[in-house]
Structure formats: C-alpha cells, structure tokens
Design a protein around this ligand. Structure first.
Ligand SMILES: Cc1cc2nc3c(=O)[nH]c(=O)nc-3n(C[C@H](O)[C@H](O)[C@H](O)COP(=O)(O)OP(=O)(O)OC[C@H]3O[C@@H](n4cnc5c(N)ncnc54)[C@H](O)[C@@H]3O)c2cc1C
Ligand code: FES
Length: 285
C-alpha cells in the first residue's frame, strides 16, 4: 500500500505559464500551480498520446512549479514543442528529498540538468542559515545552467568548471570538490593546521551517474556524509510497478530514492555500472 495520497497519484492538469530557453537543448517550464514539492523530489509529466516521464522539480515556492529539461528523445522533444498556455498532466510530488540541519556548511555538486534541483536545494537551505559551496560543471560554457540564479543567492560560493576550460576550472567539478575537501581536512575541529575554510558538513549531488559515483567514492574516502540523486527508468513513480528497483538491495528509487544517502549508495552493485530500460534489459554506462 502506497503512503502517497490518491490526489498525488492521479494526474492533474496544469497550464504552462512561462518558457525559458536556457541553452540550445534545454528549457525551463513554469507551471501555474504548486505540487508542494521539497528539493530533490520529482514529478511525473504526462503528454496525452505521447508518454509520461519523471522530471526533477527545479523549483516549487507554493504558488508555481518549475521543471528544467533536455530535449533528447521522443517525449522530451514533444514537450519542447509546447508553449505558454498549453496544458500538461502532472502527478506528484514523489520520492525522497535532501535533508539538512540549519546552519550547516554544505557542498552541492551539479552536472547537466542537476543544476536545476540543486538551485532548489540552495534556495531553501540558505533560508535555514546554511552556507554553500556550489560546484557546477558542464562540457563547455554554453551548457552551464542556473549560474545567475545561484549567484543571486546569499551565502553561496560558486565554483564553475568546464571540460574544455571555456569557463572556470578546466576539468570536472568533482576534482574541484576534492581540492576543497583536502583543504578542509587540514583544518576543522581538533586539527592543528588551520584551514581558511570551515569543514564541510555534508555533500549533496545531482547529475550524470558517473559524476555521482565519483562523489560517492570521494565522500566515503573523506568520511563526509553525502546524499545523491539516483535515476532509473520509472513508470508508476510511487512504488507499485517495480521498474526502478536496484540490485541487490531491492530498493525502489521512486520511493526510497531518488535522493539516497551514500551509506546505501555504496551497497548498490549496479551503481555506476548499469541500468535497466523499460523492459528490464540491462545497459552499461
Ligand atoms: C527521477 C528522475 C528525474 C529526472 N529529471 C529530469 C530532469 O529534471 N530533466 C531532464 O531533462 N530529464 C530528467 N529525467 C529524464 C527524463 O525522465 C527522460 O528520461 C528524458 O526526458 C528523456 O525522455 P525521452 O522519452 O524524450 O527520450 P528517451 O528515448 O527516454 O531518451 C533518448 C536518449 O537520451 C538519453 N537521455 C535521457 N535523458 C537524457 C538527458 N537528460 N541528457 C542526455 N541524454 C539523455 C537516453 O539514455 C536515450 O539514449 C529524470 C529521470 C528520472 C528517473
Ligand atoms: S517506478 Fe514503479 S516502483 Fe518505482
């Protein structure tokens, strides 16, 4: 029996209120209502006659909801054809959300559309007195997302990286995170050497699975708690169909995830190795 209320499990119609073209392939849609989502949760977006797919909630302020998406396949390309005034079906919110304590020093690691839910986390955590180190990475500067929004928040230090060096650090955001964790380890409570930065209390990450795997290994090495947003093919979104179950734990990522603590992530054998499609067939990363 699912604990998700019936009204969240059934699609409700929402109107597209605003469309923002973020990059050539990425758009942000604003819908005219709230699903009451917390940062890290996702919704199921239905285009009648086409398909229904999960999308991370990029923002929900109790009045409107945002979703940021890449146009990469049949459903997302059809979605990209929608414009202001069009109606879509939304269900949710579903899944777990990021957890923090007021006043914590948190590192956020974002790759691809992961920058959108990370902005939602950032906007909420700074209201609770948290200070943030935000590591946003992309292939090149044209693909970086949510920089202006993140820069507009108080108590946020932004660390940008691009694979080709066209903006910020040349390389991966996880390399930048590692440098910071090294510096922090020299300081911190009970340490003789004083670092010029406070220790990081937790790391949150959302992005491509190989980036998440690197964050998982790094935070385990430095013994820092982390919470990672994992994705698998989802159909029902609330624990019924079993399509999003991961080996060998058997947890459903739509219900016990998508945000999973690293203690559990390191026990998922398929993490960073393979995922299953709609028919359950394995595909290696
Ligand atoms: C919990 C969860 C949250 C998600 N949140 C988002 C989100 O916020 N924004 C978003 O764009 N997508 C998100 N997705 C992915 C989304 O559900 C769809 O898979 C995606 O929109 C592609 O669907 P499609 O039917 O258009 O193409 P498909 O036929 O499913 O995919 C076409 C090809 O593109 C690849 N692909 C899928 N997604 C991407 C991507 N984002 N970038 C590059 N290649 C990709 C697929 O592996 C496949 O090879 C999320 C998935 C999950 C499980
Ligand atoms: S999507 Fe159906 S159980 Fe997770």
């Amino acid at each position: 029996m699912s604990s998700i209320p019936l009204q969240s499990r059934l699609p409700k119609t929402y109107r597209i209120k605003d469309v923002k073209q973020e990059t050539e392939m990425v758009r942000t849609f604003t819908f005219d209502g709230s699903l009451g989502a917390r940062p890290g949760q996702f919704l199921m977006l239905w285009l009648p006659g086409i398909d229904e797919k999960p999308f991370s909630v990029a923002f929900d302020d109790g009045a409107e909801t945002k979703v940021t998406f890449f146009a990469v396949g049949p459903m997302s390309e059809a979605l990209a054809q929608c414009s202001v005034g069009d109606l879509v079906g939304l269900r949710g919110p579903f899944g777990t959300s990021y957890e923090w304590k007021p006043g914590q020093h948190i590192a956020l690691v974002a790759g691809g559309y992961g920058a959108a839910p990370m902005y939602f986390v950032a906007a909420e955590t700074v209201h609770h007195g948290c200070t943030l180190e935000v590591f946003v990475g992309a292939r090149s500067k044209e693909h970086l997302l949510y920089l202006e929004e993140l820069e507009s928040l108080p108590h946020v230090s932004l660390h940008v990286s691009t694979n080709d060096g066209s903006m910020g650090f040349k390389g991966f955001n996880v390399q930048q995170l590692e440098k910071m964790l090294e510096v922090c380890q020299k300081g911190g409570k009970g340490k003789k050497v004083k670092a010029d930065i406070d220790p990081i209390d937790q790391v949150f990450a959302c992005g491509p699975e190989m980036m998440l795997k690197a964050v998982s290994e790094l935070t385990a090495k430095y013994k820092i708690p982390s919470q990672l947003s994992l994705e698998r093919y989802m159909k029902c979104g609330y624990g019924l169909c079993g399509n999003c179950v991961v080996d060998p734990l058997g947890i459903r990522l739509c219900t016990e995830g998508p945000v999973v603590k690293n203690d559990a992530c390191i026990k998922i054998e398929e993490f960073g190795k393979y995922h299953r499609d709609a028919l359950g067939k394995k595909h290696e990363f």
